[in-house]
Design a protein around this ligand. Sequence first.
Ligand code: NDP
Length: 234
Amino acid sequence: MSRSVLITGGSRGIGLAIARAMQAAGDRVAVTYRTGEPPEGLLAVRCDVTDTDQVDLAFQRVEEEQGPVEVLVACAGVANDKLLMRMTEEDFTSVIDTNLTGVFRAAKRATRGMLRARSGRIVVISSAVGLRGEAGQANYAASKAGLVGFARSLARELGSRGITVNVVAPGLTETAMSQALTEEQRAGLVEQIPLGRLARPEEVAAAVAFVASPEAAYITGAVIPVDGGAAMGH
Ligand code: NDP
């Protein structure tokens, strides 16, 4: 299996774990990075998903180097947690612009080649918080819930063209994003997780790799939780 894969936000954390898993399975994997150093051993293209032109250029570069994107994993995301009273409109719209509109930009660009090929896989990284909500995360939860409606609409639009669109919804995962929590916040959240711990990025990557695989050809519009049971029933 050597498909051309692009992972936005694949420079670290969950995205990098997905990249390593898919590369190990034999795919040609490109990642986007925005700040810092690109990861080693992967095709890395600089791209800020809030900028349509940068998204287009990143796809062009990947197309030149490893062929049209056959699998898109939209993983780039940010959090900017605040209680509603303190949340400015900019705090709200900037998170939506990266987490939701950023996925729109990448998915729209990816479908160009996928429609031509009449096949493709799009996997969107949402969050358990998008399903159950969280105090202090109204902007983030809105963006992640929005992804579910977005992905399911695409699944309906693109199914007849052999393109599947699925959502993976991780719970709290051991990355830089979760390290922003205080010990107390972390303990409180772990208490609500039936499996009693955070996810490892590799555990999220395994679900993404499966839903992007040929074996998952009949799965589309699904929301797959990888959250230790945290959001059950939502
Ligand atoms: P990290 O903060 O470790 O990594 C975030 C990634 O997104 C980085 O590669 C970062 O690039 C990239 N990114 C952020 N903003 C932009 C942008 N505007 N344009 C392009 N790339 C951008 O986060 P995680 O690995 O923890 O999270 C990955 C995804 O998983 C996110 O969508 C997050 O919301 C989601 N998630 C995370 C959970 C967790 O507990 N960690 C739980 C549930 C979902 P750069 O390094 O250049 O900033």
